[in-house]
Ligand binder design. Sequence first.
Ligand code: ADP
Ligand code: ZN
Ligand code: ZN
Length: 721
Amino acid sequence: MTHWLCILVQTPAHAALGSVLSYRSELALPPGTLVRVPLGQRETLGVVWDGDAAQATGELDPDKIRAVAGALDGIAPLSAAWQQLLTFTAQYYQRSLGEVALAALPPQLRGLSPAQVQRRLKRRAAQPAPAPTDAARTVDAAPALTPEQQAVVTQIQSHAGPFLLFGATGSGKTEVYLHCVQTLLESNPQAQALVMVPEINLTPQLEARFRERFAPVYGDDAVVSLHSGMTNPQRLKSWLAAHNGTARIVLGTRMAVFASLPHLGLIVVDEEHDPSYKSSEGARYSARDLAVYRGRLENAKVLLGSATPSLESWHQSRPASEGGRYLRLHMPSRVGTAAGDPAGLPLVRRVDMNHQHRHAVFSIPLLEAIKERVARGEQCMVFLNRRGYAPVLHCADCGWKSECPHCSAFRVFHKIDRTLRCHHCGFTERVPRACPGCGNPDIAPLGRGTERLEEHLAELLADVRRPNSVSAEFPAGEPVRVARIDADTTRLKGELQSQLAAVHAGEVDVLVGTQMIAKGHDFRRITLVAAVNPDGALFSSDFRAPERLFSLLMQASGRAGRDAALGARSEMWIQTFQPAHPLYAALKQHDYPAFAQAQLKEREQAGLPPFSAQALVRAEARTQDVAQGFLTTASAAAHSDMAQWPGWADVLEQVTLYPAVPMTIQRVANVERAQMLVESPSRAALQRFLSGWQSVLHATRQGPQGKGLIRWAIDVDPLAI
Ligand code: ADP
Ligand code: ZN
Ligand code: ZN
């Protein structure tokens, strides 16, 4: 008997061909089954999808419908929940279902024939079975929880969540994750946990900790990693282990949110504020937000953790009486210090750069402090925040900055045509010849790179000698060693690990770097952390820049004084032209809630997320005119055409389309890029609008205004504007 099946395949993102195609099969294959199907000239991986193929075939000649080449036997069908997760992702992020779902599967699965998959599965089966696990045996390596940890764990056990664990760096969040995972695994012999971290660099540390805790009891195969730094065979192996239930704990980066986990009971999202959870290509999904959706879908608890939560999550975790949907849990103290004792956290010191030599990169007091620390055999970390940094013009004489007269934002300096442009409202002017405030001709963009900083610092410290007793290999009396860690110095595999090892071994006295060094790494001997020029983010065109700066500085300060013996003396230095800025005042108090409250108030007044929902449409073309013209035409059509659709006037009324503007980085590889912001106070209205506008954008692409356009894409909940 012939069965007509709907099968999901990967078709080009905007191809006219939908991604659910009809095929026939002699076998009845349930939805979720992985199959090989012919597509054009080639054979490709597909997933049997729930749907009415017969209806689709009504329009097609049954003789033209091709047959499924074969099913990937031995791999159980993907669950209905998994299918629903991918359906939601495609809808919400406005991408084709085939693209999203097939990209969520390990690359090797897409490339292997059914026979090859069989061989791999057999090879796995032939391996010795994992050590028998004794469910009665409990993990014994776990330390007793601190009272703060215990209180949090009790809450997690007695509520459904989702939870936002707001805990200082070093407060023992990871220990809470371990504990929750342990409770889950002990409660149910099949249950699985998904633990996500933002960066590949952080996975080895985390894996070591989980492996050490759980491998002795549940076997080595029970803990697997899933991230893009793995080889394709490793990824397939981990994926299969998760899919067939052998893996009880999956550790991974954002892509792991799509892992097939048939017995998912807990999802942990560590450092939930981190922008890396948002994908920046293809379907621009947020793994954190999908984790919350998935938890609800599969009845799994969701635990988001951070010392500086995203303002979205912070807002979601306001009291339930005010509409909050997450339960906020608080761990304010570092492990090993008394509850509420600020001594565990570094002292924050602001240096007013207005009183320093005009062109000084390092202020005299900071330089003295660094010399003093180094002479004592302690380490320092100097970092330059470049992430999300957009140049802002600034006059050092009168303090003028390139503010937009129409927005609470700063206009971005576009070097290419020497203009100042506001990315919110589009207001544009030529760069003034002299400062509009005082006539000073010397207005300059803020900013400086790490490489120049490293060189400069080495010169400044040339006369300082190392003391003895730091490390035997590098005896006393040698010049100070300054090292740099950033994307440039760590391009090769393993370089970051070896550079970090050098820092830990005491071979480095002063470490210079980007935010890469501010995240997650545990530097015990660093007692001074300095941000030399963090002001840029205060005047960024991106309204999220202050949030990111605050979290970066908090994270960086969390690197200092992890060694209890040195902790009381550790310091975080901020060089700033804005010493009275409330952001730095909150930082000095280590007061994230105060900072968050002030920011949220501003956002509410300006109607920005989380008080509104946004999407960006980006267009790329050879000329800026074509890119902007496409967006402008599609925007005009939204108002003229869509308003005529029955029932859509209402939706349109709730949505604001801003003018098309060039992107901050306007041209990349000779491609001109433009973007248009779409905003609505209602997420549902925005979603509804985008689902309809898709077809208008497609039609515009086909029309005269689409001529010369290279591509366009929608970014829902964009993180950078
Ligand atoms: P976070 O994830 O919040 O930065 P960690 O979980 O890494 O904090 O804990 C910080 C340090 O404190 C680690 O060295 C960890 O081993 C230790 N620690 C955490 N919880 C406990 C505990 N209950 N008893 C003893 N040490 C703990
Ligand atoms: Zn001036
Ligand atoms: Zn503006």
